[in-house]
Design a protein around this ligand. Structure first.
Ligand code: F6P
Length: 353
């Protein structure tokens, strides 16, 4: 349940019971007639559902909608097309992003952002919905702070490493993709009595690893947020062997502290003569049909993003908590830290004996 209070200052206060806090929205006074939407950073399953929800909500409200191609690169090079209700047909079930995406590092430069902002103003694009991760939100925040372009972010990244939301778009699909792979690896691991190290994505985030480790019944999970000493990993494998468990699966996040999966395999061999096979799941985790959870997150967040812009809010990220939409300042979404997945890692260890 949320209650809104309109104050004389350009702030919209909103009490959020789920977050148990006041969210003080920054406001704008622009009359939005034309809206731009883009996807930026790594693609994530569910992005298409969010694009569809943004477009169709905005069209219902009488706005014109433009889809920017390849994220901020398209904003800089004026690559956009008008989106219609029909152009959104049959995309909800597709992975990837219809608008394409890019990691456009030039957008870190103020002069590049100024060109993009002028391009938007020239075409009369009054506001922007940015679907992406922390880097993308830095760009969106700067467009508001430097050029007063109203912006709202939707967290789209498989890493689930954004503060202000329980789940990011694509995370659930990536977890399920990785879990299915682990189930298959377990068959061969068990047949050969082997140790496998399965490396999942998550540059600096162990959320995929933690979810997948628990769901896949792994022996151990190694995440970048917590340091796991090599001796502890070795002890776990050897203890399991002594108890008659001849195959083991270790899940590591690609940003894990002891080193990437091949480094860990090398250390296990050198230190304890353990022969571990390495599987790096890589980009298959980013593709594929989005789960119902990701599709519905995309729909809820896309709709809420447009509603927020039309009620005068800006510079915020739409998130979800306990099934409800919550809002966070864009700046906080990338400066504050998502809770580490430590409890899931500990539970995996507790249950794997
Ligand atoms: O989008 C997030 C992510 O998939 C990370 O988990 C991974 O480290 C990174 O992107 C890979 O990025 P790229 O596809 O650009 O190499």
């Amino acid at each position: 349940m949320r209650a809104f209070f309109l104050l004389p200052s350009p702030m919209l206060f909103c009490f959020d019971e789920k977050m148990d806090s006041f969210f003080k929205a920054t406001t704008h006074s622009a009359k939005i007639k034309q809206l731009a939407v883009l996807t930026s950073g790594g693609d994530a399953p569910g992005m298409n559902s969010a694009i569809r929800a943004v477009t169709r909500t905005a069209l219902q409200k009488g706005l014109t909608v433009f889809g920017v191609q390849s994220g901020y690169h398209g904003l800089y090079h004026k690559k956009w097309t008008q989106l219609t209700a029909r152009s959104m047909a049959n995309i909800i079930q597709r992975g990837g992003t219809l608008l394409k995406t890019a990691r456009f590092t030039d957008f870190l430069k103020a002069e590049v952002r100024a060109v993009a902002a002028n391009n938007m103003k020239d075409l009369g694009l009054d506001a922007l919905v940015c679907i992406g991760g922390d880097g993308s939100f830095r760009g969106a925040h700067a467009l508001w702070a430097e050029h007063q372009i109203p912006v709202v972010g939707i967290p789209g990244t498989i890493d689930n490493d954004i503060y202000g939301t329980e789940k990011t778009l694509g995370f659930d699909t990536a977890v399920n993709t990785a879990m299915e792979a682990i189930d298959k690896i377990r068959d061969t691991a068990e047949s050969h009595d082997r140790v496998f190290i399965v490396e999942v994505m998550g540059r600096n985030s162990g959320h995929i690893a933690a979810q997948v480790g628990l769901a896949g019944g792994a022996e151990d999970v190694i995440v970048p947020e917590d340091f796991t000493p090599l001796d502890q990993i070795i002890k776990k494998i050897l203890d399991s062997k002594n108890k008659g468990k001849l195959s083991s699966i270790l899940v590591t996040a690609e940003g894990q502290k002891p080193g990437r999966a091949y480094d860990l395999a090398e250390q296990l061999r050198k230190r304890a003569n353990i022969d571990a096979k390495v599987v790096i799941l890589g980009h298959i985790q980013r593709g594929g049909t989005p789960t119902a959870t990701d599709r519905n997150l995309g729909s809820m967040m896309g709709n809420a993003a447009v509603e927020a812009l039309l009620t005068g809010e800006t510079d915020l990220m739409i998130g979800v908590r306990a099934g409800h939409i919550v809002k966070t300042h864009l700046h906080e979404s990338y400066t504050l830290k998502q809770e580490p997945p430590t409890p899931l890692v500990q539970l995996t260890r507790t249950l794997s004996f």
